[in-house]
Design a protein around this ligand. Structure first.
Ligand code: IMP
Length: 197
């Protein structure tokens, strides 16, 4: 059984990944399962893929185990692709979902807009123990509107609409079926299956 450390402490992401790889002979653990202080990876890349590679390489070297890392975010057309790789810290150092969403709404209002086409992006990189690299990407297109709806999901979900429902109004399995992360994970499961043969 191949052990893979996932470069996250987020239990939600771990569950999504365990679900995506449930048919594969792999044991997934997260950074939260590893004893000792591991320095955080520096995420200073200019693309999601670059950041996911930096994270996967860093934690592979730190743990000696194969490592899978994801990097994701929101690109809003009317904002020239922002917040992009800065999605998690869009509103500054102590950003959280509420302050990031407030900034998103304010930036659209400033431009006299009440909506804009947008896309969630997800990049995944797996670095194995020999340093070999597998990478996949997924995206999900939708519309940012100024009205927040729904209590599910996280991050920008209440403002991101696919059809007439926001992402925060979808069930977990509905979101998985269309999401950027769901797409990237599905592709990674196919690559990994081949890689493990
Ligand atoms: P990270 O990949 O965990 O660093 O996430 C980057 C940021 O992008 C998060 O803090 C969220 O604000 C946003 N984001 C990524 N994926 C999603 C999603 O599925 N829904 C809503 N926001 C997301």
């Amino acid at each position: 059984m191949t052990r893979i450390v996932i470069a996250t402490r987020n239990k939600g992401k771990v569950r999504e990944m365990q679900n995506a790889f449930s048919d594969l002979p792999v044991e997934l653990i997260s950074l939260a399962d590893i004893d000792g202080d591991i320095p955080e990876a520096v995420e200073d890349g200019v693309t999601f893929m670059e950041n996911s590679l930096k994270k996967a390489r860093h934690y592979q070297e730190m743990t000696g185990m194969a490592c899978l890392a994801d990097d994701s975010g929101l690109e809003v057309e009317a904002l020239g692709g922002a917040p992009g790789v800065y999605s998690a810290r869009y509103s500054g150092e102590n950003a959280d979902d509420t302050s990031n969403n407030a900034k998103l709404v304010a930036e659209l209002r400033k431009r006299g807009l009440d909506s804009s086409p947008a896309a969630f992006q997800c990049a995944l990189t797996l670095v194995d123990r020999e340093g070999r690299v597998l990478q996949t990407q997924g995206s999900c297109e939708g519309i940012i509107r100024l009205e927040a709806r729904g209590n599910g999901g996280f991050g920008y979900d209440p403002y991101f609409y696919v059809g007439d429902r926001s992402m925060a109004e979808l069930t977990l399995s509905e979101k998985d079926a269309i999401s950027h992360r769901g797409e990237a994970l599905g592709k990674m499961a196919v690559l990994l299956k081949e890689h493990l043969k």
